[in-house]
Design a protein around this ligand. Structure first.
Ligand code: C5P
Length: 408
């Protein structure tokens, strides 16, 4: 333990990998490492060859028990990825435009990006570059992509750059980076510890033939956020995920499924052992009545008629079979009109405890707008990021679970 004021405990004992890349700001990474150590973090360092043009390995290794990783290959000929697996927190500082581009496109050709690709914890990135490089659409797109994966970007600040010009591109000061990490960990509630929850996410894919499917535009982001936030708040989480382009969140048991029937089987295998089921998946209401065993040929037919049969309503099935009040059941209602009316109907018909009603504009983006409907009435939530909405949903679930506990 070091210093005062609760700052200490937030990073104390945490495994932090500091990844240093080739910018003039690399010398500040030494200061950053020392500050992290003062906070009680266990720090390991990796640096690229380009970084070593700006700061020597010895500047770090003098303070560390473990060698600085500079080479991606171990003696056994295996790529060094164990740093990524070891770290609870990964801080890429400074992160050059090239490193950010490699991270965004998965080019793990050096020890820093390879470690990042194997990361199992929270990732923070502190960019440092010339201001025009920072503002370039390619860099901005790459940064957006990293953010969309839940990576925390500590924005560069305005100031004098290496070439004497001014602009936005200077790496945030080491103190500011540490403060950001501290507030991230200090802000974490652990109020779902002891609960087991199941979240479904993403679309389903209903096969037509071996190559074609019927699906929808759900991105899976809402369910992912729900799973991540529940885990951060201490819950044991099972995520039943339809096909999405997202990496399974760390520390969450992820069961990958494709069709609604597979999703139903996966959920039914676990629903009775959890405290809450949150159905954020956009389950296809219909599936083709028959799956062709070979690809349907276009031939010279005028039209092709697909016959669809209804999929089971998974949530309504759980509502019907639930004995007593457990697990708490939460559904989503995505509506283009008469939002509250339709959502209330779902609350009754599916026999659930909470309906999160969204307008159709919520699909795919990073924000969501919602109204919560419970038996006690409607609560307007307004427009929030999906992460914040996920927290509000867990607040409500926790309230419902606590009222059950009081009744038990
Ligand atoms: O009736 P609607 O599809 O709008 O209901 C949405 C809610 O019901 C969502 O929580 C969704 O995950 C769930 N659902 C389901 N099985 C279906 C269709 C929807 O569990 N076949």
């Amino acid at each position: 333990m070091t210093r005062d004021s609760g700052l200490t405990s937030a990073l104390c004992g945490r495994r932090v990998a500091l990844l240093v890349t080739g910018s003039i700001a690399a010398y500040k990474a030494v200061v950053l490492m020392r500050l992290l150590m003062k906070e009680g973090a266990r720090v390991r360092v990796a640096m690229t060859k380009e970084a070593s043009r700006f700061v020597g390995e010895a500047a770090f290794s003098a303070f560390l028990n473990e060698p600085v990783l500079t080479d991606m290959w171990s003696r056994a000929g295996e790529p060094h990825i164990e740093l990524g697996e070891w770290a609870e927190v990964m801080v890429v500082a400074p992160a050059t435009a090239t490193t950010i581009a490699k991270m965004a496109s998965g080019v793990g050709d050096n020890v820093v990006v390879a470690s990042f690709l194997a990361a199992s914890g929270v990732v923070f990135v502190a960019p440092a570059m010339h201001h025009r490089m920072w503002l370039h659409p390619a860099t901005q797109r790459n940064v957006r992509r990293l953010k969309s994966w839940g990576i925390h970007v500590i924005e560069p600040v305005e100031g004098e750059l290496a070439n004497g010009q001014r602009g936005i591109g200077r790496m945030a000061e080491p103190e500011a980076i540490v403060a950001r990490l501290v507030s991230h960990f200090r802000g974490q509630k652990r109020d779902l510890a002891g609960y087991r929850v199941l979240v479904s996410a993403g679309p389903t894919e209903e096969p037509i033939d071996p190559v074609r499917v019927l699906t929808n535009r759900s991105s899976g982001k809402m369910g992912w956020m729900l799973a991540e936030r529940a885990r951060e708040r201490g819950a044991e989480v099972i995520l039943v995920a339809g096909p999405v382009a997202l990496r399974p969140p760390e520390g969450v048991r992820c069961i990958e499924v494709r069709s609604a029937l597979e999703m139903e089987n996966a959920i039914r295998a676990h629903w009775q052992s959890v405290d809450a089921v949150v159905m954020a998946a956009a389950v296809s209401d219909w599936r083709p009545s028959q799956v062709h065993s070979s690809k349907i040929k276009r031939g010279d037919r005028e039209c092709l008629v697909l016959e669809l049969v209804p999929n089971p309503d998974i949530l309504a099935g759980l509502g019907k079979e639930r004995q007593g009040a457990r697990p708490v059941l939460v559904g989503f209602a995505l509506e283009s009109e008469n939002l509250v009316e339709h959502a209330l109907d779902k609350l009754e018909r599916k026999k659930v405890d909470l309906i999160v009603a969204n307008p159709t504009s919520a699909l795919g983006g990073d924000e969501n707008e919602a109204i919560f409907l419970t038996r006690e009435g409607a609560k307007e939530i307004g427009r929030l990021s999906k992460g914040e909405l996920a927290d509000r949903i867990w607040d409500e679930v926790r309230r419902l679970l606590k009222s059950l506990r009081n009744r038990d």
